[in-house]
Design a protein around this ligand. Structure first.
Ligand SMILES: Cc1cc2nc3c(=O)[nH]c(=O)nc-3n(C[C@H](O)[C@H](O)[C@H](O)COP(=O)(O)OP(=O)(O)OC[C@H]3O[C@@H](n4cnc5c(N)ncnc54)[C@H](O)[C@@H]3O)c2cc1C
Length: 399
């Protein structure tokens, strides 16, 4: 085996998982991260069963479980009546060692991996390093980065991977087009310690709810609920974010929540995009740099983690003497179609379902989902797909 040196841009969950996989196999890595420290982000909270299976080494999964909440069931619900279709992940215990979703902020994964890398590969994560340019020649790849005092540095490696998120400089450098759309609605994410579970009978830890005037969701983490709200017609996100308006909207979920202690209130818009290609020579992209999907169903970070497990396998096979061009092409051939068809498509469908406005349409969808949940064979297939196990299995058969 030839030891390789991989340069990684971005210390988000995806870049750090890649660094961990390569470092634990004895390869040199260096991760360049613009942010001097990890800022709280209120982004991913759902880890799907196969992702938990993959992360179950070196104490990484244990750290996530210590900080998160095991969530075996999830549901789609009609606000007015509390009628629901509930799915229990115990149904797929034959296909995963973790038949539950883990609700845990993605910052826990970032911190845990950074801690592991600092112990096992000291100096491999460089914070305050803004990568400005990347390139390659026949021998390797390089990047130029700037430190917080404006000093410029150059670094060479064998391969370079852009895990630098939605505005990726690496994606731009390899000339990939990031086509797609931005969804029209703004979401306002609110955290609160209010015990919704004591007021809404039969609530799961993950609840997507049809409300009379739109939709909201309730996700329970270890110590807070995350509530996703949307402005009503003609209302701006800024108006909805005012404390009195947040209180009114929480009270519409259940009256006692009018006096809930509210923690954070954050707006966000969502894009759906896919990079035209993920590899050029010795440079690849992964995670949000390569694809963006609607967060309904909690699949973006999970998909990015699945990307870099596949990419790490390719890089390790190259180090063992495999053909670099063919193995990096295999990475793209396995992951791009799965992200396009399984993840972006499924997330788009999840969003569309929750924006169904008519009661008749909602009741029809609810009845279909209830029938699926009640049928062991259909339920198993549905959960294998929505838990991303199907996509992971399919990717292995693609090239
Ligand atoms: C509200 C919300 C909820 C979500 N919920 C879920 C969920 O439940 N489950 C799920 O799977 N996904 C979810 N997602 C998506 C998930 O957050 C992202 O898919 C995930 O963060 C992508 O990880 P990443 O490492 O690819 O990119 P990022 O997390 O964006 O990390 C990229 C890193 O690169 C750094 N960087 C960027 N440019 C440079 C540069 N030039 N030089 C150096 N560093 C740079 C950035 O500072 C950043 O740290 C959610 C997203 C949102 C907005």
């Amino acid at each position: 085996m030839k030891a390789t040196f991989t340069l990684i841009v971005g210390a988000g969950p995806v870049g750090l998982v890649l660094a961990w996989r390569l470092a634990r196999a004895g390869h040199a890595v260096r991760v360049f991260e613009r942010a001097p420290r990890l800022e709280p982000m209120l982004r991913s909270s759902t880890f799907h069963p196969p992702t938990l299976d993959l992360l179950d080494e070196d104490g990484i999964g244990a750290a996530l479980h210590a900080a998160g909440r095991k969530t075996p069931t999830w549901q789609i619900r009609l606000h007015e009546t509390g009628e629901r279709a509930e799915f229990d992940l115990a149904a797929i215990a034959d296909s995963t060692r973790h038949p539950w979703r883990l609700q845990c902020d993605q910052s826990v994964l970032v911190n845990t991996l950074e801690g592991w890398l600092s112990r096992h590969a000291p100096g491999s994560v460089v914070r305050g390093a803004a990568v400005e340019a990347v390139g390659q020649d026949s021998n390797g790849a390089w990047l130029r980065w700037r430190d917080p005092d404006a000093g410029e540095h150059l670094e060479h490696g064998d391969f370079l991977v852009g895990c630098d998120g939605s505005r990726s400089v690496v994606r731009e450098a390899i000339g990939a087009v990031f086509s797609g759309t931005v969804y029209p609605e703004t979401t306002v994410l609110v955290t609160t310690t209010f015990p919704f579970e004591d007021h809404l009978p039969g609530l799961s830890g993950i609840n997507y709810v049809w409300a009379p005037d739109g939709t909201y969701s309730l996700l329970r983490l270890a110590d807070v609920w995350r509530v996703s709200l949307h402005p009503h017609d003609g209302e701006s996100a800024e108006t909805l974010m005012a404390p009195e308006r947040v209180a009114e909207r929480l009270a519409q979920i259940t009256p006692a929540a009018a006096t809930a202690q509210v923690g954070e209130v954050r707006p966000y818009r969502v894009h759906q995009r896919l990079a035209s290609h993920w590899v050029q020579g010795r440079i690849a992209i992964a995670g949000d740099a390569a694809h963006l999907n609607h967060p309904k169903g909690g699949m973006g970070m999970n998909g990015g983690i699945h990307d870099v497990f596949e990419l790490a396998d390719s890089l390790l096979e190259i180090a063992a003497g495999g053909d670099a061009q063919a193995l990096l092409a295999r990475y793209q051939a396995r992951r791009l179609p799965v992200m396009r068809d399984d993840v972006i498509g499924q997330a788009d469908g999840n969003r569309a379902r929750m924006w169904e406005a008519s009661l008749e349409g909602r009741r029809r969808m609810l009845a279909t989902l209830q029938a699926v949940a009640a049928d062991p064979i259909k339920c198993h297939a549905h959960l294998i797909k929505t838990s991303m196990i199907d996509g992971l299995r399919r990717s292995k058969m693609l090239a």
